[in-house]
Write a protein that binds this ligand. Sequence first.
Ligand SMILES: C[S@@+](CC[C@H](N)C(=O)[O-])C[C@H]1O[C@@H](n2cnc3c(N)ncnc32)[C@H](O)[C@@H]1O
Length: 292
Amino acid sequence: MQSEVLQQLGAEGGGDFLDCTLGGGGHTRAILEANSENQVTAADRDESALARANELVSQYQGRLEVLKSCFSDLSSKLEGRKFQGVLADLGVSSDQLQGQRGFSFNDVGPLDMRMDEHASKTAYEVVNNTGSQELYVILKNGGVGKEARRLVQAIVAARPIQTTAKLAEVIRSVACGSKSKLDPATLAFQAIRMAVNDELPELQALLQLAPEIVRHQGRLVIITFHSLEDRAVTARMREWQGGANMPALWPGALPTSSLGKFLTNKALRPSEREVDENPRARSARLRAFEFA
Ligand SMILES: C[S@@+](CC[C@H](N)C(=O)[O-])C[C@H]1O[C@@H](n2cnc3c(N)ncnc32)[C@H](O)[C@@H]1O
């Protein structure tokens, strides 16, 4: 959704931007290319993404700075800096999926799934050491349907599960009757990955911080891949606009007056062509907000 990102950020107009999710650097590069005056600070909690960006840093000398940070640490790392545009493209990168780090159900290695390889919680911990009820909530919230309860039972019976291949086998044994075109392991792996990386609390931290790091008339653009994330972003942007008619999904003080304008009441979605080229984009939803 590169052209939508650039347009919603107003990147062609020039300015300084924060890409909170550097990943493979595709959006960072596009922002730098959109205007030769653009400056980008690009953050990620994955050190391998930062290492791969060294080439970009030298190519765009003086215009790109990279920063190791998760969303919940950004406040202390940015020390009061504000930006014209802030982007977060949530979820997992292609490099992570292809890196034999346990993100893909086609991997054969250990159950890991950590975006930050120094984090203490791994998929092994979540799969093998989480109580049945908590595991059920993780899977159910993650989008696993009516099989969630049976899947918990199967996981508990198969413990300790050491590898991604074994986990995928257990999931497929439960969901073997599924008519969905998705591999039955897709949603369960996503749910476990989101728990390993605290992805919803991290998003909550970013939404809490956003009004402090986006400049007057600057924009926040967020791409989500999960309905819970999209609901959280939409609810918060509606609250900021001052038109909240639904209870807040997340804790935190509501603004007393409007903070700006919600630009995408209807989420922007990838084109059919983009989904054909990159099937992982099928669930992407882009939302944008302009601060007053
Ligand atoms: C979908 S990829 C971003 C792809 C990138 N926009 C590109 O064009 O290549 C998401 C990236 O965000 C990072 N990420 C996800 N949640 C994060 C968080 N809470 N804090 C910091 N980085 C995060 C992941 O490590 C991953 O590299």
